[in-house]
Design a protein around this ligand. Structure first.
Ligand SMILES: Cc1ncc(C[n+]2csc(CCOP(=O)(O)OP(=O)(O)O)c2C)c(N)n1
Ligand SMILES: [Mg+2]
Length: 306
């Protein structure tokens, strides 16, 4: 509706990307340009959260809890952790980010736009006919998107293939697989867990969005996953457990994972689904529900007040 459009369009006016900080490996793996300051990252995260809400309102459909929960993980990855170059998205040395739980793509799109992969205004085309920003990501459609996803339980296998190919080709890049907890109800995820351990894929790191919700309820009611970390350990992985809404813990876990040899690492990131807006937090009913224009307006005001 007109009101929603005005709100969204006004706030999406072009602004310069806040700066890509994960510069390419061609810059000698330089970390000096990266942003590891939690206060600056938190300010970026606020912008990303607001963009996600504007996108959802404009699309009138899409997921709220998952994307909002994973804002710190995506912001940390693109601003503090991975090697990448938004101006050269196909740069051969880039780390490969494989998003498995494709329904949380609004957060991926918002961070890619913020980092400069494509204009922020395009975020408002989410889920529109002909848009490059589909409700589930499409490989090849949008710079920065490495894989198609939507059918759950496939991303870790895709990431295993990428990581194994990197080793065979003697490439130095790392592969990051982003998975959800709900996807661990699928056997295909555990097949890939075994595969990664068998092939000692230490160039692979999985980050699990452990937000304890899925489409129909809490994970431990629908299909209990605990003791989750022990399961990964039993399958031969190095396990790091963190608060996934804490920048310092995310960055430090990613750096630790780089140093582990001979086995893949999983970072189990405990996430507050819907993080940043009280009404959405820790409530599975916001898994696939979209806020109304008024709810989003109130949510944005709440984010601004922090
Ligand atoms: C193979 C497959 N089965 C079912 C679905 C429908 N589906 C979409 S999201 C979802 C819940 C998955 O749990 P999780 O990713 O943990 O949800 P969230 O934390 O984002 O609420 C389901 C069952 C799907 N996309 N793919
Ligand atoms: Mg979940």
């Amino acid at each position: 509706m007109a009101v929603e459009k005005t709100m969204a369009n006004h706030d999406m006016e072009s602004r310069k990307p806040a700066g890509n900080s994960g510069l390419p490996d061609s810059a000698q793996n330089s970390t000096k340009e990266r942003c590891k300051d939690p206060a600056k990252l938190a300010s970026l995260a606020r912008e990303v959260r607001k963009d996600i809400l504007r996108m959802l309102v404009e699309a009138k459909s899409g997921h709220t809890a998952g994307p909002l929960g994973m804002v710190e993980v995506f912001t940390a990855l693109y601003y503090a952790c991975i090697n990448h170059d938004p101006k050269n998205p196909q740069w051969d040395g880039r780390d490969r980010v494989i998003l498995s739980n494709g329904h949380i793509c609004p957060v991926h799109y918002a961070v890619l736009a913020e980092a400069g992969y494509f204009p922020r205004e395009e975020l408002l085309t989410l889920r529109k006919l002909g848009s490059r920003l589909q409700g589930h990501p499409h490989r090849g459609a949008l710079p920065g998107i490495e894989n198609s996803s939507g059918p759950l339980g496939q991303g870790l296998a895709q990431a295993c293939g990428v990581a194994l190919a990197a080793r065979l080709d003697k490439k130095q890049f790392r592969t990051i697989a982003l998975l959800s907890d709900g996807e661990h109800d699928e056997g295909s995820t555990w097949e890939a867990v075994m595969f990664a351990a068998k092939y000692k894929l230490d160039n692979l790191v999985a980050i699990v969005d452990r937000n304890f919700i899925q489409i129909d309820g809490d994970t431990e009611t629908i299909m209990p996953l605990e003791p989750f970390a022990d399961k990964y350990r039993a399958f031969g992985w190095n396990v790091i457990e963190i608060d996934g809404n804490d920048f310092t813990q995310i960055i430090s876990a990613y750096e630790k994972a780089r140093t582990v040899k001979g086995k893949p690492t999983v970072i189990i990131a405990k996430i507050i689904p819907g993080k940043g807006v009280k009404m959405f937090e820790n409530n599975y009913k916001w898994h696939g529900k979209t806020p109304s224009a008024d709810e989003a307006k109130a949510a944005i005001a709440e984010i601004d007040s922090k």
